[in-house]
Design a protein around this ligand. Structure first.
Ligand SMILES: [Zn+2]
Ligand SMILES: [Zn+2]
Length: 363
C-alpha cells in the first residue's frame, strides 16, 4: 500500500483565514505533508485563480465549505468546479446558501462531488464571542463522511478563564481526542451504511490581541500542520508531485477518502505513517472502508500494525471489545458489524481508523 499524509479543512485569505495559499503550501511542505485540502467559505475563487496545482511540492486541492442561511450545517465539498445553489449575504456579512442543507448535500453528491460534515457536534459553552456551528440536518442520507476530529472545535470548547493563556501559547498540547458524541454518532450511522471519518484542522491562523497588549497569531498554519492529519492509502502509487497527473491524482485521493480508505492521526503524538488496519479472509486482503461477505464457518482475521507502541483498541459497533499495549494486535471477527481501531498514547488519542464491515451469513 502507498500512503499519503494530508491536512484537510483550511481557510485562506479567500475567506476568513489570514494566510495566502502559496504561504500555506510552503508551511505544509516544511512539515512534510503530501497534500492539503483548502475549504474557504462559500467560494471556489482560488480554483478559478489557478491555485489548484502543485505548490512548493505539495498537492493543493481546492474545495469549499458551504453553510445554510442560518450559518449552520457546515459541509466540506471537494471535486466540483462550481458552487451548488445560489447565495445571499447574511446579517453578519457572510454568505449563506439558499438551499436547504439536505438539498445541497444531495445535489453535491449527484454532481459527483465528495462531501464531509464539518465539526458536527460543535458547542461553545464557555467562550464568549464564538458562536457554535453544529450540524443539525441528521435526516440527510447523502453525505459521504463526517469530520470526526476538528482541532479548532476541540481547542475552543475546552478553553476557560484559567487555561486560556496556556491554550494560546501551546495550541497543540490541549488536543486530547475526537468528541465522543461524534464518534458514537459515526458508529451508529456506520452500522446502517458506509460513512467515512476524516480529521480536520479548520485552520485560519487568526490574529488576536491577548490581554490587551500583545498580538498573537492563533494557530500559525505551520503549527497546525503538526496536529490532526488524514492519511490515505492506495494500492497503486500516486505520483503526487507530478503536475501533469494532477486531475487523476486528485481523483485517487478523493476516491480513497470517499471509500474510507484512510485514517486520522494527531501528528503531535508521533508520525502515524505505517499504521495499517486490514482483514485477511480467504486469499483476499480487505482494507478500511471494505465490506467482507463471509461464507458460513469462515471468519476474517483483523490485523493491526502501529509504527510505535501504544494502547490499541478495537471498537465493534461502537463498543470497545479488546485492547492491548504494543505495536500489533489481531482478532477473529466472529460477529457481523463494523470494526474500527483507536490508538491511544498516555490517555491521548493518536490514531482513529475507518471501519471494516463484516457480514456473516448475509447479515
Ligand atoms: Zn465551519
Ligand atoms: Zn472551517
Amino acid at each position: 500500500m502507498y500512503e499519503y499524509s494530508g491536512s484537510i479543512h483550511i481557510h485562506s485569505t479567500y475567506s476568513d483565514g489570514t494566510g495566502k495559499i502559496e504561504d500555506i503550501a510552503r508551511a505544509a511542505s516544511e512539515t512534510g505533508l503530501d497534500f492539503i485540502m483548502m475549504t474557504d467559505h462559500n467560494t471556489l475563487k482560488p480554483k478559478e485563480d489557478g491555485y489548484e496545482k502543485i505548490i512548493n511540492g505539495v498537492m493543493v486541492i481546492i474545495g469549499y465549505e458551504v453553510n445554510d442561511m442560518n450559518n449552520k450545517n457546515h459541509y466540506l465539498v471537494f471535486g466540483l468546479n462550481e458552487l451548488i445553489g445560489t447565495y445571499q449575504v447574511l446579517d453578519n456579512g457572510e454568505l449563506g446558501c439558499k438551499l436547504h442543507a439536505k438539498d445541497y448535500v444531495r445535489q453535491i453528491s449527484e454532481k459527483g462531488g465528495v462531501g464531509f460534515i464539518a465539526h458536527p457536534d460543535e458547542e461553545r459553552r464557555i467562550t464568549r464571542g464564538h458562536i457554535a456551528y453544529p450540524w443539525l440536518q441528521w435526516d440527510s442520507n447523502d453525505f459521504h463522511g463526517i469530520e470526526i476530529w476538528n482541532h479548532m472545535s476541540e481547542w475552543i470548547e475546552g478553553m476557560n478563564e484559567s487555561n486560556q493563556m496556556q491554550r494560546f501559547l501551546h495550541p497543540l498540547k490541549s488536543i486530547i481526542s475526537p468528541n465522543i458524541k461524534t464518534l458514537t454518532r459515526w458508529d451508529v450511522i456506520a452500522q446502517q451504511r458506509h460513512v467515512t471519518g476524516i480529521g480536520g484542522v479548520d485552520a485560519h491562523a487568526f490574529k488576536q490581541t491577548l490581554m490587551g497588549f500583545f498580538d498573537v497569531e492563533i494557530f500559525p498554519y505551520k503549527v497546525l500542520f503538526k496536529s490532526i492529519r488524514t492519511h490515505i492509502l492506495s494500492d497503486t502509487e500516486i505520483r503526487i508531485r507530478k503536475q501533469d497527473n494532477f486531475e487523476k491524482n486528485k481523483s485517487s485521493i478523493l476516491g480513497a477518502l470517499k471509500a474510507g480508505r484512510c485514517f486520522t492521526a494527531n501528528y503531535y503524538h508521533g508520525d502515524a505513517r505505517g499504521f495499517r488496519f486490514f482483514a485477511d479472509y480467504g486469499s483476499e486482503v480487505y482494507n478500511m472502508g471494505d465490506t467482507i461477505e463471509c461464507k458460513p464457518g469462515e471468519i476474517p482475521i483483523l490485523r493491526i500494525f502501529v509504527p510505535q507502541s501504544c494502547d490499541i483498541r478495537i471498537i465493534y459497533n461502537g463498543t470497545k471489545i479488546t485492547s492491548q499495549l504494543g505495536m500489533h494486535l489481531t482478532l477473529d471477527a466472529k460477529k457481523s458489524g463494523v470494526y474500527r481501531v483507536e490508538c491511544w498514547k498516555n490517555n491521548k488519542g493518536w490514531i482513529f481508523s475507518n471501519h471494516i464491515r463484516v457480514n456473516i451469513n448475509g447479515k
